[in-house]
Design a protein. Structure first.
Length: 632
């Protein structure tokens, strides 16, 4: 009984083509006994028909037949796409003139001589079927490999598209304000530079710049909070867009300042008409949730002239005109006039007051806690300068810092802040050590901002060493915060400073990341320790999924570079929880605490421990809940 009779799957399907019945019988019997499924035909025409319909795995083909000889039959098999891959073994008598070369040329793969040696026949059949099976397996593997290659290619193409989209998003971030979506200062300066070049080439072309500063914005921020202030800025941006014509370009410079480039307005009357229209549109109230807010803008106007060669100079004069407009009262506009002595005098008075304030130590340092988001432990404080003017009261840094930077007083001011902050931290440290706590247990750090002028000051390292020596403070307690532009604009000097900071174990933090160039390449180049994500990103969390994706990408990349990530401007418990989930290391903002005076910060530091011994385990702030702030 044959294997096929038993129901076993045949080892292969073989077609025998021979005009001699005895040969067919012998081969059929031998092959069937070995478990092959065998078909037999006696001429070439039948062979072609059966081969095309049955698709055997192997054909045993006699050379000499009455109609077509084996060569022609093989040629016809190989010419047919349905049968061309079926291997052919030729059958030939020993006394025949068997042209082996021709047999292989027409497509044969082997031959068997007559009379048959059955062991030889079976071996050759088995070898060909195994070879065919191996080829089929290889073909299948190649197909699977090709499929994997196609899948991986599609994945790579998708990754390329996603990377290009991410790069485009980062480029958009670098040139646009993340809060309002408007072009930012970088974009505006580039556009203005192009406009100035066009005016130089074609003097008949003119333009006008309007600088807008929101009136009473500080009051709104202080009374209703930064989140409401941000909502107001977005609403103002949308309303400004709606009242501008084609050819007018609106940008946000930062803070509460907007700038408009009018490329089709060159007369003073035309510029004033646009300014009046803007103020009329902004006079209507803004409904932000339950709050109805009234605000407007003071506008500085600069008309193009051939004296302008740098875009920064245009902005400088627009800023001067805007401050003159504010000096006249709220919601005014002022066309820049180089004879604006009152404005110059006002700036001079502020400069002289600031010089005296530094001498009289009217400048104070406030401290805002920086908190570990996972453990809610205080890890340090950011030192923030405040100015208590004897007549005008508390003056905002937004008012006097620009004057200090313009006049160079920022170097002296910054040195004084660094000195006060280091002395304060050392005072805290000594108070702990006098209570029996080991010095090495004190791990608080003080963050101090460095302006670009300070960063480029060649006396910075000397002053820093002197301050640390005088305060008797270990340098590893100090973190210096710098802006992105300080690194990018002063590459060579930055390398020198970073080597010096590293040798002193002083850490460096990039402040307000995301508001400028937002490039991570220079962070790796300068081995920055800490990255502080700007509050404009944090305020959109957790509701804005796009912002969340960007923040997550920044955190991931920063961690890949070995950096600690600090989120600025945290104001809600939802933001805390979301940032925790994203893996953000630390945070600061009004949700934890407003900037505190020296006395209040001291009380905070020492109120969270019950005994000196307790300091060996870092103190923990009160746990956050959905009902109350961590610190009121």
């Amino acid at each position: 009984m044959t294997p096929s009779t038993l129901g076993d799957r045949p080892k292969g399907d073989i077609l025998i083509v021979d005009d001699t019945p005895n040969n067919l019988r012998v081969l059929h019997s031998a092959l069937t006994d070995q478990g092959y499924k065998v078909r037999s035909v006696t001429n070439g025409r039948m062979a072609l028909t059966v081969a095309e319909t049955a698709q055997p795995h192997l054909i045993l083909l006699d050379i000499r037949m009455p109609d077509w000889d084996g060569y022609e039959v093989c040629q016809r098999l190989k010419a047919n796409t349905k049968t061309q891959d079926i291997p052919v073994i030729f059958l030939s008598a020993l006394d025949e003139v068997f042209d082996k070369v021709k047999a292989f040329q027409v497509g044969g793969v082997d031959y068997v001589t007559k009379p048959f040696h059955m062991e030889e026949v079976l071996v050759r059949v088995k070898n060909q079927l195994q070879l065919q099976a191996a080829q089929a397996a290889i073909h299948q593997l190649n197909g699977e490999l090709e499929q994997r290659v196609r899948q991986r290619t599609a994945q790579l193409e998708q990754e390329i598209v996603e990377r290009q989209q991410a790069q485009q998003k980062l480029l958009h971030m670098a040139l646009h304000d993340p809060l309002t979506g408007l072009p930012n200062r970088v974009w505006f300066l580039k556009q203005l530079a192009q406009t100035l070049e066009q005016v130089r080439q074609y003097p008949s072309l003119q333009f006008t710049v309007l600088l807008l500063d929101c009136d009473r914005f500080r009051i709104i921020n202080d009374s209703l909070g930064h989140a409401k202030g941000d909502q107001l800025l977005v609403a103002m941006a949308r309303r400004l867009e709606s009242c501008l014509r084609p050819g007018h370009t609106l940008c946000r410079l930062g803070g509460d300042e907007f700038v408009i480039l009018l490329q089709d307005v060159s007369s003073e009357a035309g510029a004033i008409q646009v300014a009046q229209g803007i103020q009329q549109d902004l006079a209507l109230s803004f409904q932000l949730g339950q709050d109805e807010i009234f605000t407007n803008v003071s506008i500085g106007i600069v008309l193009a002239c051939d004296q302008y060669h740098e875009p920064e100079h245009v902005l400088r004069d627009a800023d001067a005109a805007m401050y003159q407009a504010k000096a006249r009262g709220k919601t005014h506009y002022q066309v820049f006039d180089r004879s604006m002595h009152d404005h110059a005098l006002s700036r001079l008075v502020l400069e002289m007051d600031l010089r005296r304030a530094i001498d009289r130590q009217e400048l104070m340092v406030y401290y805002q806690p920086i908190v570990d988001l996972q453990t809610l432990q205080i890890k340090g404080f950011e030192a923030l300068v405040r100015w208590q003017h004897p007549q005008r009261g508390m003056i905002s840094p937004l008012d006097f810092i620009p004057v200090a930077e313009e006049t160079g007083l920022i170097v002296t001011l910054g040195t004084q802040v660094l000195q006060l902050a280091c002395q304060q931290l050392q005072t805290w440290k000594e108070r702990w050590t006098t209570q029996g706590v080991k010095t090495e247990c004190f791990d608080l750090r003080i963050n101090v901002n460095l302006s670009v002028r300070q960063f480029t000051d060649r006396e910075l390292l000397h002053n820093l060493d002197q301050i640390l020596y005088t305060a008797r403070l270990d340098s590893h307690h100090v973190v210096l915060e710098i802006t992105e532009s300080a690194l990018i604009d002063h590459d060579a000097w930055a390398r020198t400073l970073f080597d010096a900071f590293k040798s002193r174990q002083i850490q460096v933090a990039i402040d307000d990341f995301g508001t400028g160039y937002s490039s991570l390449s220079y962070l790796q180049r300068f081995a920055t320790n800490i990255l502080k994500i700007d509050r404009s990103f944090i305020t959109k969390l957790p509701d804005d999924s796009d912002t969340g994706a960007i923040v997550k990408a920044i955190i991931t990349l920063a961690h890949h570079l070995g950096m600690t990530v600090v989120a600025e401007g945290i104001e809600t418990p939802e933001q805390v929880q979301h940032l925790r989930a994203l893996g953000c290391d630390r945070g600061q903002g009004y949700w934890f605490s407003r900037p505190l005076s020296s006395e209040a910060a001291t009380q905070l530091v020492f109120s969270n421990t019950t005994s000196p011994v307790g300091f060996s385990s870092p103190w923990t702030m009160a746990q956050a809940s959905s009902e109350q702030h961590l610190l009121s």
